[in-house]
Write a protein that binds this ligand. Structure first.
Ligand SMILES: [Zn+2]
Length: 381
């Protein structure tokens, strides 16, 4: 199951609106086949693993991170294929909480004499599918907020400089985090201060610049090679008043067409045409009374477009607004062993906030060191 989970991780951030799933077929001590779901419309993980067995899976055991589907989607039900191949045993990480499946796949298999084991490495398997489960049950994407800060909770100094608060190991972990999401969300202040590219710089996610050279779409001419961001990745900038410059990287680089500016009528009137010059999309989400972009509406729109997992990388005002609105599902908080001790420095969450009497308690799921830095991961209980 651990191998199946590792395989599933390779599909994370690319399978929307489907969940990432991994599968391994085993007989005795030998592995017959393995696979993972690459993208919507492609074969499910179980089928990829069974194809690799070349008809030799009779009597074998299938390990799969998520309950196999038993209904016709864009591909035929995996339970049919499992029965056809004559597997003796199916070991499942977690059940499919999607209303139309929910245990039915397991029932179909056990009724036909397949031994079904359920709940192996369940926490890790469920972790993989959390964004998918939230999306199918609420229509909204899962929201993770990542913040890198000093021990006194500051994400930038009083001159709004935020670069290199944490060390190389923590920054590498952030790259892995980006790979798992399908939307990168930042506030206008972050774009103005840092001009980030928000692309994933992991090997395997694209070139050194985080872009995947897509030769298929460009035809035979090497001069016409187009660059696109890692499959499925969308960058979203929340800019209510139109203060992010049109020459920012996210609006002008080769992946500009996969950038969305979420703004109000005020911001759109000021900048829409300039932002869209290289293909960025402008979403005018009404004119909120307080001059802010209605974040729940933005998430609904992303959910409706099939996006599963939003990673917000600040700044403090956007993170604070998400927190105030109760829209955050998980936090990844990186602490560097440094203190600014400056009341003018930028806080991690610059929101309206709450009194201690009303404070929400989160569930601490992990504490880990990255070099000199510490990451605390919490999520809604
Ligand atoms: Zn399936």
């Amino acid at each position: 199951m651990r191998r199946a989970i590792a395989l599933a991780r390779r599909g994370e951030g690319r399978t929307r609106p489907n969940p990432p799933v991994g599968a391994v077929v085993v007989r005795g001590d030998s592995k017959l086949g393995e696979g993972f779901h690459r993208r919507a419309g492609d074969a499910h993980a179980e089928v990829v693993a069974l194809e690799a067995c070349r008809g030799q899976a009779r009597g074998a055991t299938l390990y799969v991170t998520l309950e196999p589907c038993c209904t016709h989607g864009r591909t035929p039900p995996c339970t049919d294929r499992i029965l056809h191949e004559g597997l003796a045993r199916v070991v499942v990480g977690c059940r499919d909480e999607n209303g139309c499946h929910c245990g039915r796949g397991l029932e179909v298999l056990s009724k036909r004499g397949v031994e079904v084991v359920y709940g192996v490495c369940e926490e890790e398997a469920r972790d993989l599918t959390r964004p998918f489960f939230k999306h199918v049950t609420t229509g909204l994407p899962y929201v993770t907020v990542k913040l890198a800060m000093t021990l006194d909770g500051r994400i930038a100094d009083r001159e709004h400089r935020a670069k290199w608060i944490t060390g190389a190991a923590a920054r590498a972990e952030v790259q892995r985090l980006r790979r798992r999401a399908d939307v990168m969300l930042v506030g206008a202040g972050t774009v103005c201060a840092d001009d980030p590219s928000l692309l994933c710089r992991l090997r395997g996610a694209g070139g050194a610049d985080g872009l995947v050279r897509d030769t298929k779409e460009s035809g035979a001419s090497p001069a016409g090679v187009r660059s696109v961001p890692q499959a499925g990745l969308l960058r979203v900038v929340v800019d209510a008043s139109g203060r992010t410059p049109a020459h920012a990287q996210v609006y002008t680089d080769a992946a500009a067409a996969r950038t969305v500016v979420a703004t109000t009528q005020v911001g759109a009137a000021r900048k829409a045409a300039a932002w869209a010059l290289h293909g960025a999309q402008v979403w005018t989400l009404g004119a909120a009374d307080d001059g802010r972009v209605p974040l729940e509406l933005l998430l609904k729109r992303l959910g409706a477009a099939g996006y599963l997992h939003v990673l917000c990388e600040g700044g403090g005002h956007l993170a604070g607004a998400l927190q105030d609105a109760g829209l955050v599902d998980a936090y990844e908080l990186f602490y560097a062993p440094a203190l600014l001790g400056d009341s003018r420095a930028v806080g991690a969450l610059e929101g309206r906030g709450t009194l201690l009497a009303d404070v929400r308690r989160w569930r601490c799921v992990d504490v880990k060191r990255f070099g000199e830095d510490v990451r605390i991961r919490v999520r809604k209980a």
